[in-house]
Ligand binder design. Structure first.
Ligand code: G6P
Ligand code: MN
Ligand code: MN
Length: 418
């Protein structure tokens, strides 16, 4: 099997290599292509990746290339993990919305919208190359944020794509630890849109264990998602920490105004990581990688690809077409829910109805996401303005106008139409 990682020069890549090494029985990779325009990074990252494979006795060959066509040619699976504009653009996303009293975040709110605008056209371009040059039945696995919007862009253009995020496996593992069982036995009732999800149920071998877990670990769960226990109790579920940007918007904004951005923290982590990758004696995943939000995303990737290729039919949380699961959303919207995974793809399990408050927020954000994709594909100030106005964290016309001007000024070099 040939697996290609677009954005393979990312400092995250050794996370993937670690997963591919540990789980190599599940996923026999013959060729792993790391494709990236940044040749310096690519050299360091592919170097440590090869040493990691050698140490693990992984027989796969690692090829580093800046040529996307060569990279995707005859690939079986293409993983997208790119970041247009790098951490510098992310730092912008995390700061310019502050001028309008909005939180700055790389996937949520105005910053996440800017990321979508920069990213969607590039992803669609690469996906066309996959369509033309990869194996006919190749899968595109998208980790590139904002995953909901990017996955919908790919599916709308007719690509064989699945969106993936590590929030659900994070909860699955935490819950497993709390219940003292192997994580594979835990199934979540996880529902919503990417980075707008709630966990409202958990079972072990099919037996409901959620209320027990919720009662015994409420304080711990609340502190992990940095939301008040009272809120979790009121909702009767565990919102992901991305819901904090909604439920505690003003508090987050105050915190952000007094601290460095996450982009700056990540730049420092990346600096330390690259130094390690450059050291020829390093042949394992450095512990600094645990400080990244995407820790263990490799396991989600390995599990998904393994099930697609071996027809396992197990249940995993993925981003896929709604097709009536949330009846208040269009069929062609992308939602994040548990699905069975087999060789034909992903098939969402039935979803219990959402209460009005959660349904209302999901519907509101979905409306924004649709306008956001329209703006990303077709460009233009009015489309940007309309999407911003539709976002529940923006909502007011004067604010949306000001944000539109800031967004376009900050991102002009990445927007073909601006
Ligand atoms: C979580 C999210 C990812 C996101 C990451 C950010 O893992 O699910 O979608 O990219 O956090 O982590 P970072 O270390 O870049 O802040
Ligand atoms: Mn994510
Ligand atoms: Mn609303």
């Amino acid at each position: 099997m040939k697996l290609t990682v677009i954005g393979g020069g990312s400092t995250y890549t050794p996370e993937l290599i670690d997963g591919f090494s540990r789980l190599r029985e599940l996923l026999p990779i013959e060729e792993l292509w790391l494709v990236d325009p940044d040749e310096h990074r690519l050299e360091l990252v592919s170097g440590v990746s090869r040493r990691m494979f050698a140490r693990a006795g992984h027989p796969g060959k690692i090829v580093a290339s800046s040529d996307v066509v060569a990279g995707v040619s005859d690939a079986d699976v293409v993983l997208l993990q790119l970041r247009i504009g790098g951490q510098a653009a992310r730092k912008g996303d995390e700061t310019w919305p502050h001028a309008c009293g909005c939180i700055g975040q790389e996937t949520t709110g105005p910053g996440g919208f800017a990321k979508a605008l920069r990213t969607v056209p590039v992803v669609l371009e690469y996906a066309e190359l996959v369509r033309r040059h990869a194996k006919k039945d190749a899968w595109i696995i998208d980790f590139t944020n904002p995953v909901g919007i990017v996955t919908r862009a790919l599916l709308s253009a007719g690509h064989r794509a699945i969106g993936l995020c590590n929030v659900a496996i994070g909860f699955q593992r935490r819950f497993a630890g709390m219940l003292d069982v192997d994580w594979k036995r835990v199934q979540l009732d996880h529902v919503g849109l990417n980075h707008l999800t709630w966990v409202r149920g958990a079972s072990v071998d099919g037996k409901d264990r959620f209320s027990e877990l919720f009662e015994a670990h409420l304080a711990e769960l609340a502190s992990e998602v940095e939301l008040p226990e009272g809120l979790l109790r009121l909702l009767g579920n565990v919102p992901s920490y991305y819901l904090r940007y909604y439920y505690a918007h003003d508090e987050v904004l105050r915190e952000q105004l007094g601290s460095p951005t996450r982009a700056e923290e990540v730049m420092a982590i990346e600096h330390a990581l690259l130094e390690k990758y450059a050291d020829p004696s390093v042949d394992t995943k450095p512990e600094e990688l645990e400080k990244r939000g995407g820790a263990y995303y490799s396991e989600a990737a390995v599990d998904l690809i393994a099930s697609l290729r071996s027809n396992r039919g197990d249940v995993q949380v993925v981003n896929l077409l709604n097709n009536g699961r949330l009846p208040f959303l269009p069929d062609d919207h992308v939602i994040e829910v548990p699905a069975t995974v087999d060789a034909t793809g992903v098939h969402a399990l039935p979803v219990d109805p959402l209460p009005d408050d959660m349904a209302g927020l999901v519907e509101h954000v979905a409306g924004y996401e649709r306008l956001a994709l329209d703006a990303a594909v077709h460009g233009g100030r009015d489309r940007v303005l309309r999407a911003l106005l539709a976002h529940p964290l923006v909502g007011q016309y004067d604010r949306a106008e000001k944000l539109t001007d800031l967004l376009i000024a900050e991102n002009a070099q990445h927007l073909a139409w601006a």
